[in-house]
Design a protein around this ligand. Structure first.
Ligand code: NAD
Length: 456
């Protein structure tokens, strides 16, 4: 079945229909129409999967992709135009240009934490650039996966875009095929498997992976605002956000006030009875829920710490000074648990941050410009924010992606179009003149040869 699917997609791509920008726009508009129509149903599916609050579903999933769609529909005409560049003297007379062209058939594999956005946003990029696509949503967000199938079937012929549902076995079978591009979002561990499979066919990839994102709060930070913005970025989606702050490094002199402010804001967001809040999501999978519970064992809890197995609830939780060799600090937490670690001097920040691989995000809260700049320059990370968390993802003019073990490649807005396009270089050489110097037998003196560099 998968063989046939890939065969059909290749044949459809070969028919050249997707090379026509009007064709791409027609389908992107149809996709926009159906997502708009189905917005409530998508939010209900997300709620059924892990009680994702409607506000978060709209802000981070449906409205997010609708913004991407609007931007693409408005701009793909311009993005697809050839980019003319000046020619080199050695080719005189010529016209030279870069022609963006689609790769062909794209495989998109997505995780469960933003299960709608992380399937549809890369799809918009792939289609804007003129590719066909096969989508593999996560098996751990079945309700969202089902509505994605319905939407895709309503909008696209299967040889243009198709969804293949399933788990690791299906994903493995898909990866065994020859693709023209693979776009993967998920864990670093699985990213390595995807990269290996892609290497067999020399398939280009984008890998949107994970990391342990530091959040530094220094002694000059505006603590009440910092606490509010950290609590928002951390506990949205119940902490299951790849760019959520993973742990806080706070100057020892500000720790107590920061913790008090965090407690205050968590309570003001979700109420005294955290479990009954309609604005707080659940952990999406039992496996992940159990892992998070285990990470809390033996930790010194400053706030929260309660859980409920019936619907995989874990309260927003603050942990005091966890040991760096504890399970909690071993890797990405990816849940509503926030370790608070104090430092006395900058070298301690460095000691902890440099213990981990390059993170996907980095946050610094400080009124000191020198510290802001220093930390933003000192470390390699995917993207970051000064005096806020997470919001760098909301600007479609900024490429979103990781570096090192947190990923390869960046997308959103025009960057998605660029990512899913091959940039073909073309020289159109005039025929009315043919400078003879390059042809054998070579007669040019060494003196002239040394000037050739000025002709390129
Ligand atoms: P995951 O890596 O377990 O799974 C992602 C996808 O890969 C799923 O569709 C799954 O079916 C498939 N998969 C799983 N194991 C596979 C295997 N052995 N071979 C082939 N395919 C396989 O990730 P997850 O648990 O679904 O998502 C959470 C992770 O994703 C977190 O680490 C998070 O940081 C990361 N993430 C990153 C971003 C980003 O933009 N960088 C966004 C969201 C999530």
């Amino acid at each position: 079945m998968i063989d046939q699917l890939v065969h059909d997609q290749n044949a459809f791509f070969a028919s050249q229909q997707t090379k026509d920008v009007r064709f791409r726009k027609k389908y992107l508009k149809k996709l926009r129409e159906v997502i708009t129509e189905q917005e409530d149903a998508i939010c209900e599916a997300l709620y059924a999967d892990f009680k994702k609050p409607k506000f978060e579903s709209m802000a981070t999933e449906t409205q997010f992709v609708l913004a991407e769609l609007n931007h693409a529909i408005k701009n793909i005409g311009e993005w697809s135009e050839p980019i003319h560049v000046s020619s080199s003297l050695s080719n005189f007379p010529s016209r030279d240009w870069i022609q963006p062209e689609p790769y062909g058939t794209v495989l998109i594999i997505a995780p469960w934490n933003y299960p709608f956005q992380l399937v549809i946003a890369p799809l918009i990029g792939a289609l804007s650039a003129g590719n066909t696509a096969v989508l593999k949503p996560s098996e751990f967000s079945p309700n969202t996966s089902k509505i994605i199938v319905e939407i895709i079937q309503k909008v696209f012929p299967p040889e243009y875009v198709t969804v293949v549902e399933g788990g690791v076995d299906v994903s493995t079978a898909l990866l065994a095929q020859k693709w023209d591009y693979i776009f993967f979002t998920g864990s670093t561990q699985v990213g390595k498997i995807v990269y290996k499979s892609a290497a067999v066919q020399l398939t280009p990839v984008t890998l949107e992976l994970s990391g342990k994102n530091p959040c530094v709060v220094d002694e000059t930070a505006k603590i009440p605002l910092a606490a509010k913005r950290i609590a928002w970025g951390k506990f949205m989606n119940a902490g299951q956000t790849c760019i959520a702050p993973d742990y806080i490094l706070v100057h020892a002199s500000k720790k107590e006030v920061l913790v008090n402010e965090l407690k205050k804001h968590i309570t003001s967001f979700y109420g005294e009875d955290l479990e009954s809040s309609k604005d707080f999501a659940r952990i999406a999978t039992t496996k992940h829920y159990n892992e998070l519970k285990q990470k809390l064992e033996g930790q010194n809890i400053l706030f929260g710490g309660s859980f409920n197995d019936t619907d995989r609830f874990i309260a927003p939780t603050l942990v005091n000074e966890p040991k760096l060799d504890s399970e909690l600090m071993g890797g990405e937490i990816f849940g509503p648990i926030l370790p608070i670690i104090s430092y006395e001097n900058e070298s301690e920040i460095h000691e902890i941050v440099s213990k981990y691989d390059k993170p996907l995000a980095f946050y610094v809260f400080s009124q000191n410009k020198k510290i802001q700049e220093k930390l933003m320059h000192q470390y390699s990370f995917g993207g970051g924010t000064i005096n806020d968390t997470v919001v760098h993802i909301s600007n479609k003019r900024l490429p979103f992606g990781g570096v090192g073990s947190s990923g390869i490649g960046g997308y959103h807005g025009k960057h998605s179009f660029e990512l899913f396009s091959h940039h073909k270089s073309i020289v159109k050489h005039a025929t009315w003149l043919d400078v003879p110097l390059r042809y054998a037998p070579y007669k040019i003196s060494d003196y002239i040869l040394r000037k050739i560099k000025y002709l390129f």
